[in-house]
Design a protein around this ligand. Structure first.
Ligand code: SF4
Length: 362
């Protein structure tokens, strides 16, 4: 078995990323086989439980209220709507439901209570439950854990250096703090990033160093290719090539051997052969459903046909870690603290974000 290292340097990771593709693929596939079943891929369903109207300024995101995009926002879904969607996802082969809310951070109150009930409901369907709700405190992480949350997603997005060219409404350290709060519970960590935002290969390596030097490393690392949505600051970015995606997946696999590497946004831009190369390079999870939060995604039937062609099996839930117990609201030992944490707000000017904010609808 290849050892888990927490001391990767940017130079080492960059050297791996730049290797000839055949060498890189050979090594990554070897590491993948030592730590995972190469014929099993987890299918997850991403549900946008609260869409749009977000106060943040993430330069890639159509859900930021300040940009002029065509997405339709919605208020928080109800528990029964979420349950119905989770049952559909389960029936079509998903073992995990990831619920995303376009919030800067979680606030204690009725909406969070409702999310906790959604977590309880899905965990009782024997599916892994993941949430991505923005920044959270330790108390909120503990309450999610008590409800039966399996994973919390909080992406680093890119390197610390490039982060300030993408987002000005919070800092890289806030991300690390939320990940740290999740780590104080038994909830697993899902954290990755996006390529194709104008970052350099050094930034890609820098993000992988930030993730791989966490101890323990994240149990899941989503690798997204930017979907350039009209109206966002990044609407004119060129799509990443399949070779960049393959390099990123393979490098992630080599530096984080045990991690579940998730092929996330941008799959509609990839051929089936390209996706197969990513699986060979170590990707072992996809998101199913015709939408990924707000951007297009291959439909489930297409994915199942690809699985059939490649002889892949969907991964069962709770293979990596036992199912958490759900504590009912009435039996909870934890109370909301009503904290008002002072997450940072650097507020520096990012020219393309400013331009997209002041532009009319494109
Ligand atoms: S990525 Fe998340 S935090 Fe950033 S604008 Fe979009 S919904 Fe808000």
């Amino acid at each position: 078995m290849s050892a888990i290292r927490h001391d990767w340097t940017r130079e080492e990771v960059l050297e791996i990323y730049n290797r000839p593709v055949m060498e890189l693929l050979y090594q990554a596939a070897g590491v993948h086989r030592q730590h995972h079943d190469p014929n099993t891929v987890q299918v997850s369903t991403l549900l946008s439980i609260k869409t749009g109207g977000c106060p943040e300024d993430c330069g890639y995101c159509p859900q930021a209220a300040r940009y002029h995009t065509d997405i339709e926002g919605n208020d928080l879904m109800t528990v029964s709507q979420v349950k119905a969607q989770a049952l559909r996802a389960k029936a079509s082969g998903s073992s995990r439901v990831c619920m995303g809310a376009a919030w800067r951070n979680v606030k204690d109150g009725p909406e969070f209570e409702s999310v906790l009930e959604m977590v309880r409901t899905i965990n009782k369907l024997d599916m892994e439950v993941c949430c991505t709700l923005g920044m959270i405190t330790e108390n909120q992480a503990q309450r999610l854990a008590e409800a039966g949350l399996y994973a919390y997603n909080h992406n680093l997005d890119t390197s610390e250096d490039y982060y300030k060219d993408v987002i000005s409404t919070r800092a890289f350290e806030d991300r690390l703090e939320t990940i740290g709060n999740v780590r104080k519970t038994n909830v697993t960590v899902c954290s990755g990033g996006i390529i194709g935002m104008g970052e350099s290969p050094e930034d890609r390596a820098g993000m992988l160093v930030a993730l791989s030097t966490l101890s323990p490393q994240p149990e899941s690392v989503p690798i997204n290719a930017l979907v350039a949505v009209p109206g966002t600051p990044m609407e004119d970015m060129e799509p990443v090539s399949i070779w960049e995606m393959v390099r990123m997946v393979a490098t992630t696999r080599i530096v984080m051997p045990e991690t579940q590497v998730r092929l996330s946004a941008g799959r509609t831009q990839m051929s089936q052969e390209g996706q197969a190369l990513c699986f060979f390079a170590g990707a072992n999870s996809i998101f199913a459903g015709d939408k990924l939060l707000t951007t297009p995604n291959p439909d489930v039937a297409e994915d199942m046909e690809l699985f059939r062609q490649l002889g892949l099996q969907p991964q069962k839930p709770f293979v990596k870690k036992a199912q958490p117990q759900t504590v009912e609201a009435a039996e909870s030992q934890l109370t909301p603290l009503g904290e008002k944490p002072r997450w940072s707000r650097p507020g520096h000017a990012i020219p393309r974000n400013e331009a997209a904010r002041s532009a009319g609808k494109s």
